[in-house]
Design a protein around this ligand. Structure first.
Ligand code: ADE
Ligand code: ZN
Length: 345
């Protein structure tokens, strides 16, 4: 077994994964909140977490499905109160991302989780932007921030959130949609997404994680997104898979998340290779790495080991993430040059 608890990788593939310049398109900043930081911030802010210790908090990370995870994830967010907390959260993620050779990231944040607790929108966005700017200065990691709406809240709340974020819209690249998928379809959010697109933002949305392949198609129709987050269930339906391949819509797969949330019975059931071979622009990402046992490098290693991916597959996954990002063209060119050097060994 390798260090991530999976079949050992060949040394060549392991080294290639280490070297790959990575672009991360699906990571929730709140999902990078490690228990140690959560307890430190909670103590500083005089907030009680529903766990007695770091160890008890980690022990609660035995999830039966998406909702059982979201319950813990939202509860832990109580630790995040000040602008400085959001800066520290972002900076801590970027330290780990740099260690994994992430060169560009488009992280999500869920403002409603915080504004509903009375935290000002400006403190949330301001702290995150401070952290991202520091990460670019220190590590050269470029970024584009994605404001994600919670689909278990009414579309009116999403609309009000977009309006509240108005002063910072030019600091964001896109809007997203996340949280519980079952029972919360995409169509009610069509108006909010149309307004965000008119305001110059791109659009992405979670779909086809626990929900069936048809929800991927319905999300494309209703929300006009350029990327589907997760989307692994699309592999169950050849028509949906073909539509993705032909339209160039990117899938942001998160292998460890899928196994930990029991979307997949085991890593070898991951459809990543099937999607790649069908011409779908699939990418590898970490989702909520503090909860799912590893950051982006661990996700590349786990899926490569379980599916026996070769160097061409891995370079294609990394290239798909560059092309699927919202980075400016000149930045994409730089990232492709870095990838060419890394893949040449
Ligand atoms: N929010 C954070 N992680 C999520 C996931 N995997 N699915 C839906 N919403 C989320
Ligand atoms: Zn997600």
């Amino acid at each position: 077994m390798g260090q991530d608890g999976h079949e050992a990788l060949s040394p060549q593939i392991a080294k290639l994964i280490d070297r790959l310049p990575k672009v991360e398109l699906h990571v929730h900043l709140e999902g990078t909140l490690e228990p140690e930081l959560a307890f430190r911030l909670a103590r500083r802010n005089g907030v009680r977490l529903p766990f007695r210790s770091v160890r008890e908090m980690r022990a609660a990370y035995d999830f039966s499905d998406l909702q059982s995870f979201l319950d813990v994830y939202y509860a832990a967010c109580a630790a995040l109160v000040t602008r400085e907390d959001f800066r520290e959260l972002t900076a801590a993620y970027l330290d780990r991302a740099h260690a994994d050779r992430v060169r560009h990231v488009e992280p999500f944040f869920d403002p409603q989780t915080h504004t509903e607790r009375g935290i000002p929108m400006g403190d949330v966005i301001g702290g995150i932007l401070d952290g991202l700017a520091e990460g670019e200065k220190r590590y050269g990691i470029t970024s584009g921030l994605i404001l994600s709406f919670l689909r278990h809240l009414p579309p009116e709340s999403a609309d009000a959130t977009l309006a509240e974020a108005e002063p910072w819209l030019d600091k964001l690249v896109a809007v997203g949609l996340d949280s519980s998928e079952r029972g919360f379809p995409p169509e009610p959010f069509a108006g909010t997404f149309a307004r965000a697109r008119t305001g110059g933002l791109r659009a992405v949305a979670h779909a086809g994680e626990e929900g069936e392949a048809q929800l991927v198609a319905r999300t494309l129709d209703a929300l006009q997104v350029s990327r589907i987050d997760h989307g692994v269930r699309a592999a169950d339906d050849i028509t949906v898979m073909r539509r993705l391949a032909e339209s160039g819509v990117v899938l942001t797969a998160c292998p460890n998340s899928n196994v930990r949330l029991r979307v997949l019975a085991s890593m070898d059931q991951s459809p990543v290779k099937k999607l790649l071979d069908a011409g779908v622009a699939v990418t590898i990402n970490s989702d909520d790495p503090a909860y799912f046992g590893g950051y982006i490098g661990a996700n590349y290693r786990a899926v490569a080991a379980a599916l026996d991916l070769d160097a061409d597959d891995l370079v294609r996954l990394a290239a798909n993430a560059i092309d699927g990002s919202f980075a400016p063209d000149n930045r994409k060119l730089e990232l492709h040059s870095e990838l060419a050097i890394a893949s040449a060994g």
